[in-house]
Ligand binder design. Sequence first.
Ligand SMILES: Nc1ncnc2c1ncn2[C@@H]1O[C@H](COP(=O)(O)OP(=O)(O)O)[C@@H](O)[C@H]1O
Ligand SMILES: [Mg+2]
Length: 368
Amino acid sequence: MALAVLARAEQASSLIVAEADSSAGRFARALGLFDVAEGREVAWQGDAGRTVLVQRFSSFEGIESTASKISKMVLGDPETEDTRKAIYYVLVELLRNVVQHSRDPLGGVVGAQLMNERQGYKRPTVQVTVGDAGIGVFEALKRMHPTLSGPQEGLEKALWPHYSGTFEEGRTGAGQNAGLGLFFIAEMAKLVGGRLLLASRGAAIQFWVDPDNWEKHTLEVLSPSGVGFPGTLVTFELPLDSFQDYEGLIGTIQDRARERTPNRVLHRWVQFVDVLPADVHRIKVTVGAEDTVAAKELSDRIVEKVFRKIPMALDFSGLSICTQSYLHALLFETVRTAWARQTPLYVVGAKPGVKSGVELLENYALGG
Ligand SMILES: Nc1ncnc2c1ncn2[C@@H]1O[C@H](COP(=O)(O)OP(=O)(O)O)[C@@H](O)[C@H]1O
Ligand SMILES: [Mg+2]
């Protein structure tokens, strides 16, 4: 994956030499490495249920479908549907980070694979990796966090809730970002006995859970000090036998985020209803709308109405998985404006995980 990121022909054409007859060469070809490097469309085939081809992505519009396709490719079995949702969630957040923060004009590269005994894994494990050759995490954080000592501290703090390159420390969000993406992924790794590797310019850290004692978490800084990656490379691993309940997992992480959020006053403004009062304007939040720019546009339209004291309702009935980042982009300003203007705001048809996500958002958006 690291090679695929760096070998894209637009930036370094001679980085990979194709020795087609060697076993490494055959593996690289089967993986789609040369296609990715040369910018050719990679066919979605490969060894279904095990290796997933490496893919490029570069825009918000592609995030949802890429994450959805990859998660289905590696976990197509109905029995692993909850694990698939978790992997989808992680992929969406990581792809979004590349598009939002990396400033790599080529976008990023994503791949996933099922690891088992042949790859040295005792438990069957899904592994996903997302990489870019962009500015790196420290550079992205520096302007809003001028007291950061360097890349290593940057990586460690990027895992904190509400820590983002898009707003200053102490706040809980800006228009499109809540700083909760990597926090959710790191907490997920803890709860499923997984592993998270973050390598960026100037530092690399690895976080994992002791398979024999899940209470034991280790955050290791990879040595030698300063070893990193010319861009950002993130790998997440989730053992397949570890959990079955996606809603429960997300709920627990939301609770942990709430515990770690400064919470001075608690307001409840959003009303969760089954039946809407008459004459309330309803907006349907569509499936696969993991496009934060589109979410922001929709949000601006709603905010404008809420500001004019027009009651609004958001209908989430079509949505079963929805990242906290997406909810944030859609609702952060909306909820704050509704509260400030005392305009009724309704939510209908939200599944439990989506509902608790809206409650978490309300908690930090109005908690300050
Ligand atoms: N691929 C990346 N390239 C550069 N910076 C990144 C990348 N991924 C994450 N970051 C940095 O880490 C911060 C935290 O990311 P995240 O937890 O997803 O929160 P958010 O995306 O809402 O800001 C980002 O704001 C950004 O500064
Ligand atoms: Mg993010």
